[in-house]
Ligand binder design. Structure first.
Ligand SMILES: [Zn+2]
Length: 291
C-alpha cells in the first residue's frame, strides 16, 4: 500500500519556532496511491473556509479527540478507546508534552459518503481512504468505516497528536512516526510489510538505507512507498535498539519544538553510529526475516 502526504506550502518554508495552533500552515496527509500531485497541491485550501460535516454536533470526546460521525457509535467504542490510548503511547514514547488542542475526527458511515464529501470539499483531490488536514485553526482527520479504518485512524490520528505539539517536523520523520503507530497496540510498532519490503529490496534490488536522502524530500509528492517504509525502519531502529538512540530521537524532537534551526537527525545519528546504515539492515534482518 502506498501513502502520500501533500502540502500546499513547501515543507521547507520558514515557520515560527514553538508549538501550538497559531500561524499553522495548511498541510495535508493522505493515505492511498496518488495519481495527481500537481492537481492536488493546486487544490488545497484551509478547511476553515469550507463547511465541515457534522461540525455542530460532535458525538463524543476522547481527551483531545472530538468525534463527528454519520454513524451512531456506542458510548465506549473499542477503536476510539484505542485512539485515546494512542495519545499516551505516542507522547510517552517520544517524550513529548501533551497538548489540549482538539483533533476533530470525521467518520463517515460509508466510503460513498466519504467520497461525496471529499469531492465537494476538495474537488481536485483523487479519492482515497483517509486524510489528516492541518489548517491555520484546526486539526482534522477524515475517514470512513471500511476494512482498514483502524489502521487509517491510528495513522492519521498519530499525525494529529504530533502536529498538536509541533509544527515543523521533517516530512519523512512525520510519516515514519505515523507508520510506526499505525499498527495495533502491543505489537511494538512492528510494521512487518514495510520490513519485508525493505529486505526484499535490499537483497534483490541493491537498495540501501540513507536517512540524509529522506531528509532531502521536502514535498510529499516526492515520497515513494519505499520511502515510507524506510522512514518507519529508521524510527523503529531508533526506538528499539540502544537506549541512547531513543533519547537521540526524543532530543531531536525537542530541538524541533524549541528551535527554528536545528541540525539534521542524520548528522547526530552518524556521529553516534558511523555505520548506522549497516546497523539498520541488521535490525531489519533480526526483526523481519524469520516472520
Ligand atoms: Zn501520513
Amino acid at each position: 500500500m502506498t501513502r502520500r502526504c501533500f502540502s500546499p506550502s513547501p515543507i521547507g518554508t520558514i515557520r515560527p519556532a514553538g508549538s501550538g495552533a497559531e500561524h499553522r500552515l495548511p498541510k495535508f496527509s493522505r493515505r492511498g496511491f496518488l495519481g495527481a500531485v500537481a492537481a492536488m497541491i493546486g487544490g488545497c485550501r484551509a478547511l476553515h473556509e469550507r463547511k465541515l460535516p457534522l461540525a455542530d454536533q460532535p458525538q463524543a470526546e476522547y481527551d483531545q479527540l472530538v468525534i463527528h460521525s454519520t454513524l451512531e457509535l456506542p458510548s465506549q467504542h473499542r477503536l476510539l478507546e484505542e485512539l485515546r490510548l494512542l495519545r499516551t503511547d505516542l507522547l510517552q514514547t517520544l517524550a513529548l508534552r501533551a497538548s489540549n488542542e482538539p483533533i476533530h475526527v470525521y467518520l463517515f458511515e460509508t466510503e460513498q459518503k466519504f467520497d461525496e464529501f471529499m469531492r465537494s470539499s476538495h474537488p481536485n483531490f483523487p479519492l482515497r481512504r483517509a486524510f489528516f488536514v492541518e489548517s491555520d485553526t484546526r486539526l482534522s482527520v477524515f475517514a470512513f468505516w471500511g476494512d482498514r479504518v483502524a489502521e487509517d485512524l491510528r495513522h492519521e490520528t498519530s499525525h494529529g497528536y504530533l502536529h498538536s505539539v509541533m509544527r515543523n517536523i521533517p516530512l519523512w520523520l512525520d510519516e515514519g512516526i505515523a507508520e510506526y503507530f499505525e499498527v495495533p497496540r502491543g505489537t511494538g510498532g512492528l510494521n512487518l510489510p514495510h520490513g519485508q519490503q525493505l529486505l526484499t529490496m535490499l537483497m534483490t534490488q541493491g537498495w540501501r538505507p540513507n536517512m540524509a536522502r529522506l531528509e532531502s524530500l521536502t514535498a510529499v509528492g516526492e515520497m515513494r512507498q519505499e520511502d515510507y517504509a524506510e522512514s518507519w525502519a529508521w524510527v523503529h531502529w531508533l526506538l528499539h535498539t540502544e537506549p541512547e538512540r531513543r533519547i537521540l530521537l526524543q532530543q531531536f524532537l525537542q530541538s524541533i519544538r524549541s528551535q527554528a534551526v536545528y541540525l539534521p537527525l542524520s548528522a547526530a545519528v552518524k556521529s553516534g553510529t558511523p555505520d548506522a546504515e549497516h546497523k539498520l539492515c541488521d535490525h531489519l534482518f533480526a526483526l523481519c526475516s524469520t516472520k
